[in-house]
Ligand binder design. Structure first.
Ligand code: FAD
Length: 292
């Protein structure tokens, strides 16, 4: 099932993100956690590619498992910047062969130590290069792209970031998923600006439930997200108490989702980080709204 066809309903639906294992030994436990999340019947599940500490080796195995074993549509992430054209073509062929219809086309972060290189020699410089190849490869993929309500950290300003985003969408993205954010007003403002700029594809907001104090620093470092005072107070109050922090973080994410839906956003992607209990609690908190 193509994700673009799942985004047309007018009731709330949630999707979840998982990341592949770091090592072969944790493959089975990640597969089990993924299975538990899939058993909640989300709209779809995405599997990252080499992000969140996971390796890229197992992305496809997990995406295939989600689709075939649990009958949940899956979205396989693929990055390009640190790969050769040959490797990317092999990966695209493997995705196709596995029957995965949805691909999240990403640039990936510039590998440490390569920031100063002459990028004109690289096979891939931006996600748009991958979007074009996916469009031209002959498979009828549903293609997602990443977007950044608080601008991508490498962008000079938001106008330039949105201009580049529009080019990426025009190259063939069917939908966009946002970087995490903790203040919904940032998303509403971003949506207004991209619509004004002529970007009309569906945008799925990404919500990260922060469930422990250590996760916060890492999340902010990765995303550069703004921490509203309301969230800071919550961390100050509960950060030292793991169980309370988890409960408060899930409640905060739930609140964000309710506000998004109240503002007519019907699809929300939850960065569930291989934690079935987090996905389950969020769905339970929203059970009447979700009608489940
Ligand atoms: P791009 O769209 O290429 O943008 C990167 C930067 O380049 C932006 O500043 C943009 O404005 C600029 N730019 C774009 N095109 C041009 C151009 N033609 N000329 C000049 N500047 C340009 N990382 C992983 O490693 N694995 C994952 O699975 C993963 N999943 C993600 C999922 C989501 C929803 C998000 C938001 C991010 C994810 N990331 C993942 C992180 C992502 O790889 C990084 O944020 C990366 O730095 C940028 O990727 P991109 O696809 O947004 O790049």
């Amino acid at each position: 099932m193509k994700i673009i066809n799942l985004l047309k309903q007018d009731t709330l639906s949630l999707s979840f993100e998982v990341f592949p294992p770091k090592t072969e030994t944790s493959f089975e436990s990640v597969k089990a956690a993924t299975g538990e999340i899939a058993s909640l019947h989300p709209a779809f599940m995405s599997v990252t590619y080499g992000a969140g500490g996971g390796t890229s080796r197992y992305t496809l195995d997990i995406a295939k498992d989600i689709k075939e074993k649990y009958n949940v549509p899956s979205l396989a992430h693929l990055t390009c910047v640190s790969s050769t054209r040959e490797t990317v073509h092999e990966k695209i062929a493997a995705i196709r062969e596995a029957g995965i219809e949805n691909v999240m086309a990403l640039r990936g972060d510039i590998p440490a130590g390569r920031e100063g290189e002459d990028r004109s020699r690289w096979d891939y410089r931006y996600a748009i290069d991958l979007v074009r190849e996916l469009r031209e490869c002959g498979a009828d993929f549903c293609i997602g792209g990443a977007c950044y309500p608080e601008i991508h950290p490498e962008s000079a300003d938001q106008r330039e970031d949105i201009r580049r985003l529009r080019e990426k969408v025009e190259a063939g993205c069917d939908f966009l998923t946002t970087q995490m954010f903790f203040d919904n007003n940032l998303l509403y403002n971003f949506l207004y600006k991209i619509r004004e700029a002529g970007i009309t594809v569906p945008v799925i907001p990404g919500i990260m439930p922060i469930t422990n104090a250590n996760q916060i620093e890492r999340a902010i470092k990765l995303s550069g997200s703004f921490m509203p005072q309301r969230f800071k107070s919550l961390v100050d109050k509960f950060g030292h108490d793991p169980a309370a922090m988890k409960q408060a973080g899930i409640a905060y994410a739930t609140d964000q989702i309710i506000d998004l839906y109240a503002n007519n956003i019907t699809n929300v992607h939850v960065y569930s980080m291989n934690k079935p209990e987090v996905a389950e609690k969020i769905m339970a908190n929203l059970s009447d709204i979700l009608g489940k």
